[in-house]
Design a protein around this ligand. Structure first.
Ligand SMILES: [Mn+2]
Length: 377
């Protein structure tokens, strides 16, 4: 009865991102929300598995809070993942720890949809666990068959801007409108650089959560307390900002700018001033460097973050329009350096490769040549 009432409220309320993708997904989320409510009523246990970053945690928290609000006694296990991949080893361990698989509902958000995660998902499914997956990453077509419920903006004409935090906010509203927290969706969208984010404002919580998640994989009750503590958020925000600022200062000494006329290439020796595992991570600093250089130079830019055994690529939208594609460039490099490049790939704007240290100078030189070729074609 009250499920019906909830739906009436939702129909009257507008979606946070009111586009055709979210409307199409709403139709898929409706039966999922009902299934979650029914499972909780039937004394199922829940396991929420989330990518341990700002987007993943915000996505998981909204679902966690919604279930808790309606069914305070329902057990909900937190399963944070520092990897975007769901490994067989983890699946086995988790299966050994859950109670009755056929009375367990796993909700997997913001990760575990690539081909490397299929074996783990199949094991989970084979054990009898009910699986819902909500993710905005490029996914293996098999996920849709394995999961009982599969929500991806990519199958409804959307993009990665429809991040997990946004999807799970709308799902949470369908479970419990009152406890669903719109702010969590905005934190996630800021952190994942979604085009639907509130660009007029910087949410300190998003920066603080990026910082906290960088250090440890923690459970959802902790993240809930963390976000509700003004002191923790303020202090983490300050520490994060200070460390980014320091890294940016240090970067100047190890960053050179090459002028190619129509475009610029920024080469930053990131391993000279960033320590592994410490905050800020390399990707974040690269984003800051390219944003700063774009403000300073106002020309199309490719940024290369070079370490002893790899290159990270970042590109501005202007250089993409000229034909640059970091992922294609890496695929091209692999043809020249089949043994030297150990792995590599990604998106047009952001990608990376790992290579043998001896080959790296040659690979960097070849990269500069290939950028010129992509842009001329
Ligand atoms: Mn995400």
């Amino acid at each position: 009865m009250f499920g019906f009432l909830l739906n009436l409220v939702i129909i009257m309320k507008k979606l946070l991102v009111n586009d055709s993708t979210m409307h199409a997904l709403q139709k898929k989320m409706d039966p999922l929300a009902k299934a979650i409510i029914d499972a909780a009523r039937d004394d199922y246990s829940f396991a929420i598995r989330y990518h341990n970053d700002c987007d993943g945690v915000c996505a998981a928290l909204n679902i966690y809070k919604a279930i808790k609000a309606v069914f305070p006694q329902t057990p909900i296990q937190s399963l944070p993942s520092d990897s975007p991949v769901y490994y067989v080893e983890k699946a086995m361990q988790e299966l050994s720890e859950i109670g009755v698989p056929s009375e367990t509902f796993a909700i997997i958000v913001d990760h575990a949809t690539g081909p490397e995660s299929m074996d783990a998902l199949k094991l989970l499914k084979g054990s009898g666990v009910t699986i819902a997956v909500l993710d905005h990453h490029p996914n293996d077509p098999r996920v849709e068959k394995i999961a009982d419920y599969f929500i991806s903006p990519l199958s409804e004409g959307g993009s990665s801007s429809h991040c997990a935090g946004l999807l799970c906010y709308e799902l949470a509203r369908l479970i419990d409108e009152e406890s669903a927290d719109e702010n969590l969706a905005y934190f996630a969208m800021q952190s994942d650089k979604s085009s639907f984010g509130n660009h007029a404002k910087e949410y300190k919580e998003a920066v603080a959560l990026d910082y906290a998640t960088h250090y440890r994989e923690l459970n959802l009750p902790f993240y809930e307390r963390f976000l509700s503590s003004k002191e923790m958020v303020a202090e983490s925000y300050l520490q994060a900002k200070e460390k980014i600022e320091n890294a940016m200062k240090l970067s100047e000494k190890y960053t050179e700018v090459r002028d190619f006329g129509a475009y610029f290439v920024v080469i930053s020796k990131v391993s000279k001033f960033l320590k592994k595992k410490e905050y800020p991570p390399r990707g974040k600093v690269m984003n800051e460097i390219i944003a700063k250089k774009e403000r300073d130079i106002a020309k199309p830019i490719v940024c290369l973050g070079v370490t002893e055994d790899g290159i990270s690529f970042r590109a501005t939208s202007e250089i993409l329009k000229m034909g640059f594609d970091a992922n294609l460039l890496i695929q091209e490099l692999k043809k020249t350096f089949p043994a030297e490049i150990l792995n590599g790939g990604g998106h047009a704007v952001a990608a990376s490769l790992l290579a043998t240290p001896e080959s790296l100078p040659l690979i960097v030189a070849q990269t500069l040549e290939l950028i010129g070729k992509q842009i001329r074609n």
